[in-house]
Design a protein around this ligand. Structure first.
Ligand code: PMP
Length: 445
């Protein structure tokens, strides 16, 4: 009997013993193709020798130095590097240990910005239903994932939610994608006016939605309209690129494909590729200046922020992605993944939608393709697919999302950026077999 809580709850978990490239080996020697990068984390794959070298070198100099006493060359280099490649207007980097921590920091930055600039009435956060921004109380409050929130809701600050931009579910018949996007974005303006123009501090959204809905890209023009509305009412735009960022969709930042810049950009996961826990907030010069001219500091902090080992991992991973031109591979292998998924699942009556960008794609499962009715949540079809895939040596990331209050199911595919054509074909083959086995297990062909 283990004392490790997560194994105690999931007693059938294999013990990961070694990782190499796109593969993880368990203690019994079974090989798993990591087609989800864990939870879209392993951007470079496992055991990359150049990352290990950089980590060893950092360990030989200094492993930890508190940011209240010191800065380190490696943290400064990473920050400079992130700003060099950042969307326009972002000027400073706040380094923390993961996505939720980064989201908490971003929310507090938005609040402090308005306190420092004499607008203390601005306190409301607007986000979208079917969203996830982290599990700490502030980030959980921002998210609109009913399942994760319910039992903690008395502890959560009040936030406000509008509909997500989710064409497969919400586009009207005969409505163009552009018109649908404008209609979905218009909900933000309505909500701001409902709450009071000078009461809202931030709107939070993922450019391409990850775990809650499965690689859902925005309708064209949606984020440009969102940006305009935020500017019109002086609301800060926080983009959560924890999952979809750092190259996963084929550009370093997913928002580049929308032609907009946020005021605060939240990144994590792929930044350090899983070699160390790391997350960051990239903030605009305007927000930093408000802190500088106000109280002089950002009223926040964590013991492990700016951790040199984490910064070394982030820097090494990002250097290698640039050096080896891996974003081009994300684009090329992403296109191949789209083709293979279309071939395998395009005519499949159980697959309602195939979508995504780069190496961030998903299939959405339905009981009825015509009506788009999801499978009965009691079947937990996503959990069955995960089990069947693991048996076949494949890691994918299936989730029950929330479709109009009901649980729906999708499978997220997010392999490392080094994936080859053969890897992509193996992923789709094994996924097809896992979906067949899972649906057969509930009596559906
Ligand atoms: N935001 C998004 C979009 C995420 O997908 C996640 C993690 N799944 C988080 C925030 C939270 O990140 P972390 O788990 O590193 O705290």
């Amino acid at each position: 009997m283990t004392h490790l809580l997560h194994r105690s709850i999931q007693s059938d978990l294999p013990v990961a013993a070694r990782g190499e490239g796109v593969f993880i080996y368990d203690r019994d020697g079974k090989v798993y193709l990591d087609a989800s990068g864990g939870a879209a984390v392993s951007s470079l794959g496992h055991g990359h020798p150049d990352v290990l070298k950089a980590l060893h070198a950092q360990l030989d100099t200094i492993a930890y130095a508190h940011t209240g006493f010191f800065t380190t060359e490696v943290a400064e280099k990473l920050a400079d590097r992130l700003i060099e490649d950042a969307p326009e207007g972002l000027d400073k980097v706040y380094l923390v240990s993961g996505g939720s921590e980064a989201m908490e920091a971003a929310l507090k930055m938005a609040r402090q910005y308005f306190v420092e600039t004499g607008q203390p009435g601005r306190r409301h956060v607007i986000a979208r239903r079917q969203s996830y921004h982290g599990n700490t109380l502030g980030a959980l409050a921002a998210g609109g994932n009913a399942l994760r929130r319910t039992q903690f809701s008395p502890l959560l600050i009040e936030t406000h939610h509008i509909a997500p931009c989710y064409a497969y579910r919400h586009q009207h018949e005969g409505e163009s994608l552009e018109n649908y996007g404008a209609r979905a974005a218009g909900e933000l303006e309505d909500k701001i006016l409902e709450l009071g123009e000078d009461q809202v501090m931030a709107f939070v959204a993922e450019p391409v939605v990850g775990a809650t809905s499965g690689a859902v890209p925005p309708a064209p023009g949606y984020f440009r309209k969102i940006r305009e509305i935020c500017d019109r009412y002086g609301v800060l735009l926080i983009l959560d690129e924890v999952m979809c960022g750092m190259g996963r969709t084929g550009t370093l930042h997913a928002c580049e494909q929308e032609g907009i810049s946020p005021d605060l950009l939240v990144i994590a996961k792929g930044l350090g590729g899983g070699y160390q826990p790391i997350g960051a907030v990239l903030l605009s010069g305007r927000i930093f200046e408000a802190f500088e001219q106000g109280s002089g500091f950002f009223q926040h902090g964590h013991t492990y922020m700016g951790h040199p080992m984490a910064a070394a991992a982030g820097l090494a991973v990002q250097d290698i992605i640039r050096r080896d031109n891996l974003l081009a591979n994300v684009m090329a292998m992403g296109a191949h993944l789209t083709d293979c998924l279309a071939q395998r699942f395009g005519q499949d009556p159980r697959v309602g939608d195939i979508r995504g960008r780069g190496l961030f794609q998903a299939i959405e499962l339905v009981e009825n393709k015509e009506t788009k009715a999801p499978f009965d949540p009691a079947f937990k079809i996503h959990a069955r697919i995960k089990r069947e895939a693991m048996q076949r040596g494949l890691m994918v990331y299936p989730m029950g999302g929330t479709i109009d209050g009901r649980e729906g199911d999708h499978v997220l595919i997010a392999p490392p950026f080094i994936a080859t054509k053969t890897d992509i074909e193996t992923i789709v083959d094994r996924l097809g077999a896992a979906v067949d086995a899972a649906t057969q297990s509930i009596g559906r062909a």
